[in-house]
Design a protein around this ligand. Structure first.
Ligand SMILES: *[C@@H]1O[C@H](CO)[C@@H](O)[C@H](O)[C@H]1NC(C)=O
Ligand SMILES: *[C@@H]1O[C@H](CO)[C@@H](O)[C@H](O)[C@H]1NC(C)=O
Ligand SMILES: *[C@@H]1O[C@H](CO)[C@@H](O)[C@H](O)[C@H]1NC(C)=O
Ligand SMILES: *[C@@H]1O[C@H](CO)[C@@H](O)[C@H](O)[C@H]1NC(C)=O
Ligand SMILES: *[C@@H]1O[C@H](CO)[C@@H](O)[C@H](O)[C@H]1NC(C)=O
Ligand SMILES: *[C@@H]1O[C@H](CO)[C@@H](O)[C@H](O)[C@H]1NC(C)=O
Length: 482
């Protein structure tokens, strides 16, 4: 087995070059086969191979043999070296060829892939082209369809245009007809208007005629009526005359002239006085347009006479503590003590401008008077409000009766100027109280000896002071221009 291992070592040599390994067989050297020495070398070198050969050869250094041996070895070495070089060249050549092969292979591979890519691209391009053509076809189809539609549309528009044209011509014809009709209607209307105007004129003429006739008849009637009226008036006047003559006759025959002379149409006592009656007493007067006469007491002596008396007191026989209604309607005895009545006084003094006179007398028989140029009295709705102007007289330099306006108050109607009191209750009677003022001629009648310090008596402050109750009073009116 040892021999065979040597054999194998002789033949196989390996060279590693990069990834490749090359195996070759070196030629056998003859001189190396000396007996004994190989086993010695084997002994010395072991597994180290060539090195053992060199060590084995180096020790014998004697003579010519040694030189020859050395030269032989050197040539072998050279030969080996040459061979090695050759081998090397070959190897290098072969390696180069391999590398070239590899390179060309890569190139081929690349070309193939390139080609493959190229064909791929070509096929893709072809596909795209096909798709494009399809799309193109579709687009063309669409466009052609649109074109067809357009064509159809234009055709229909043409048709519509034609219809429109027809319709417009029809409309024009209708309008023409209309205008002709309108002109006809206008003609008719104007004709009618003219006829209406004629008719109206005719009617007016007729109306005027009928009116004229009516007016004439009315005038005739009026003439008749007025003649009738004047005839009636004449009759009335004649009747009145005869009545008066009859009254006069009766008066003269019976002799009671004083009582009967009042049946005249006097509006107040001044009228009676002017009619020649100068005696004080009762008279009948006709106030306003009233047909019923009113009986009054006339004072025909005081200050020229002609006074219509509306208040009189002289002996306390009549109670003056009365209600609103009684003061309105009047009470007492007209020939004695009395209050004529607010309503009659209002109506009487509403006939014109009147003056007021107040006659007073105290218990010492001293007389005094107060006169007012203007006496104005409002209606019941305004509480018989009293206004006075133009004071004069002997019963004080100032007026004791309020002049600037005061309502009439009674115990049941408080119209005085006192905010928190009722003067008619405190001072008694009915009067034009201020708050409560300087006068009250309708207070309680106190007899002599009892007339002092009486606040609710018959008072005229500026004559006898605030607590003196007077003996007699009278109040009367007469026209301002008497
Ligand atoms: C070298 O080798 C060649 C052949 O390969 C041979 O002919 C030649 O004799 C050898 N030279 C020596 C000195 O061994
Ligand atoms: C070409 O080269 C690639 C790698 O570059 C390889 O995978 C492929 O098999 C090669 N083709 C051929 C035909 O040799
Ligand atoms: C267009 O396309 C429609 C379907 O979308 C088809 O029926 C018709 O034949 C096509 N026309 C042309 C001219 O290709
Ligand atoms: C007064 O009128 C009446 C008709 O109301 C009439 O009958 C009478 O004759 C007339 N009297 C006079 C005088 O015209
Ligand atoms: C006549 O009296 C009535 C009420 O009695 C009155 O309405 C009328 O105005 C009075 N006419 C005249 C002219 O006084
Ligand atoms: C008051 O006078 C009237 C008329 O003059 C008389 O009738 C009456 O008796 C008198 N009364 C008293 C109380 O004097």
């Amino acid at each position: 087995s040892h021999q065979r291992r040597v054999e194998e070592r002789k033949r196989l040599h390996r060279i590693q070059h990069g990834q490749c390994s090359y195996t070759f067989v070196l030629p056998e050297v003859d001189g190396c086969q000396s007996g004994g020495s190989l086993s010695q070398g084997e002994h010395y070198g072991g597994s180290r191979g060539g090195a053992s050969v060199v060590q084995r050869d180096s020790p014998p250094m004697d003579g010519e043999w040694s030189n020859q041996k050395l030269q032989h070895l050197e040539s072998i070495m050279e030969n080996n070296t040459l061979w090695l070089q050759k081998l090397e060249n070959f190897i290098q050549k072969s390696i180069r060829r391999d590398a070239a092969n590899i390179q060309s292979h890569v190139v081929n591979n690349q070309t193939a892939t390139m080609l493959e890519i190229g064909t791929n691209l070509l096929s893709q391009t072809a596909e795209q082209t096909r798709k494009l053509t399809v799309v193109e076809a579709k687009v063309l189809n669409q466009t052609s369809r649109i074109e067809i539609q357009l064509l159809e549309n234009s055709l229909s528009t043409n048709k519509l245009e034609k219809e429109l044209l027809l319709q417009t011509t029809e409309i024009r014809q209708l309008r023409d007809k209309n205008s002709r009709l309108e002109s006809k209607v206008q003609l008719l209307e104007s004709q009618q208007r003219g006829e209406l105007e004629d008719m109206r004129l005719e009617k007016n003429r007729l109306q005027v005629q009928t009116q004229m006739v009516a007016i004439e008849s009315l005038e005739r009637q009026l003439r008749v009526a007025t003649s009738n009226n004047t005839a009636l008036q004449k009759q009335q006047a004649q009747l009145m005359e005869s009545v008066h003559t009859l009254i006069d006759m009766v008066a003269t025959t019976t002799g009671t002239s004083k009582n009967t002379k009042r049946f005249q149409m006097w509006k107040d006592c001044a009228d009676a006085y002017k009619a020649g009656h100068s005696a004080s007493g009762l008279y009948l007067i006709y106030i306003g347009n009233r047909t019923e006469p009113v009986q009054v007491y006339c004072d025909m002596e005081t200050s020229g006479g002609g006074w219509t008396v509306f208040q009189r007191r002289f002996n306390g026989s009549v109670d003056f503590q009365r209600s609103w209604r009684e003061y309105k309607m009047g009470f007492g005895d007209l020939s004695g003590e009395h209050w004529l009545g607010n309503e009659v006084l209002y109506l009487l003094t509403s006939q014109g401008q009147y003056s007021l006179r107040v006659e007073l007398q105290d218990w010492e028989r001293i007389s005094a008077h107060s006169q007012y140029d203007r006496f104005t009295m409002a209606s019941e709705r305004q509480q018989y409000r009293l206004y006075l102007r133009g004071y004069s007289g002997t019963a004080g330099r100032q007026s004791s009766l309020i002049t600037h306006g005061a309502g009439f108050s009674t115990r049941d109607h408080d119209n005085d100027n006192c905010d928190h009191c009722k003067c008619a209750l405190m001072l008694t009677g009915g009067w034009w109280f201020d708050a409560c003022g300087f006068s009250n001629l309708n207070g309680i009648y106190y007899t002599v000896g009892h007339n002092i310090r009486k606040l609710n008596g018959i008072k005229w402050h500026h004559f006898r002071g605030p607590s003196y109750s007077l003996r007699s009073t009278s109040m009367m009116v007469r026209p301002y221009d008497f």
